[in-house]
Design a protein. Structure first.
Length: 295
């Protein structure tokens, strides 16, 4: 049964990196408690058996089960007694799927797919292909070869395309009924729109006009999807981007403030301190020092 108060996960090892992508192999003997996160994630079972609940819908997990989690979905794992779930977990930002002048994979994965299952059970040739693809990705992720990040991004897209094609071809919802490709609402298009435009002067009124909805309805949708108000959701996106720029570039703090969508340095500095507990300059010094002293 889904926990009443799921944990809210915001951190992963590469969240402050320009390439926000993490691939791990985890071993779960006792499952994992109910939680939600503000990043994208997929999991793939190598071995073991158990159950998974995504937004209240429970399904079986065994070798070949692939699950795709959208941000803020409530998620819980259960391991069968006497078993151990060994699975790949990959956490990554929306930006890796959103590129200009290309097919918008992020929008295609969520728009019109709300009636589709969040998981598939790969079998036969598809399972073998997925096994091999993830082994390649793990080998590449563990190395430092030229074009590593570009290679991983391409393979990530290939894997998600295979997943989406498979679930659409099968056309079955978690309840066992034929899936509809018609969008169930404006939830993910709105979240996607904010993620694509948070560096601009976004307003609730402007978003409401873009989607022909009332301001109160847009505010309600954002709260339901993310568990945050519009203001806090927007601040989180901007400050996360700022953290990445502080760590990975030599841009001044004023330049970063403008880059992530704040017209005022003072406003940016105040909000950054409220969220992180330190100033942008102190954050940069702390991260630089950790990097220099790391083995």
């Amino acid at each position: 049964m889904m926990s009443q108060f799921p944990r809210y996960l915001k951190d992963y090892s590469t969240k402050d990196s320009p390439f926000q992508f993490e691939l791990l192999i985890n071993r779960l003997k006792k499952g994992y408690p109910s939680h939600r996160q503000d990043y994208l994630e997929f999991s793939y079972v190598k071995s073991g058996t158990g159950w998974e609940t995504i937004n209240g819908v429970k399904h079986r997990m065994e070798a070949g089960t692939f699950s795709f989690l959208l941000p803020y979905q409530i998620h819980e794992l259960f391991t069968d007694q006497g078993s151990e779930l060994i699975l790949y977990n990959c956490r990554f930002s929306m930006e890796l799927l959103m590129e200009s002048n290309q097919e918008d994979l992020m929008n295609g994965m969520v728009n019109g797919s709300e009636g589709m299952p969040s998981f598939v059970q790969f079998e036969g040739k598809e399972k073998t292909r997925t096994d091999n693809l993830l082994e390649e990705m793990m080998e590449e992720y563990s190395g430092s070869d030229l074009w590593r990040n570009s290679y991983l991004q391409v393979k990530l897209k290939e894997l998600l395309i295979r997943f989406d094609r498979y679930r659409r071809k099968n056309g079955i919802t978690p309840n066992g009924e034929p899936a509809s490709v018609k969008s169930a609402g404006a939830v993910w298009p709105i979240i996607h729109y904010i993620n694509s435009n948070y560096q601009e002067g976004l307003t609730l009124g402007g978003i409401a006009k873009q989607f022909s909805l009332s301001i109160s309805r847009v505010s309600e949708i954002i709260k339901q999807a993310t568990g945050q108000s519009y203001v806090h959701f927007l601040q989180d996106l901007r400050i996360r981007h700022a953290c990445s720029l502080l760590v990975s570039t030599e841009m001044s703090v004023s330049e970063i403030a403008l880059e992530v969508g704040y017209g005022s340095y003072n406003t940016f500095s105040r909000i950054f301190r409220d969220i992180k507990g330190i100033s942008p300059s102190e954050y940069r010094k702390m991260k630089t020092l950790k990097s220099e002293t790391a083995p």
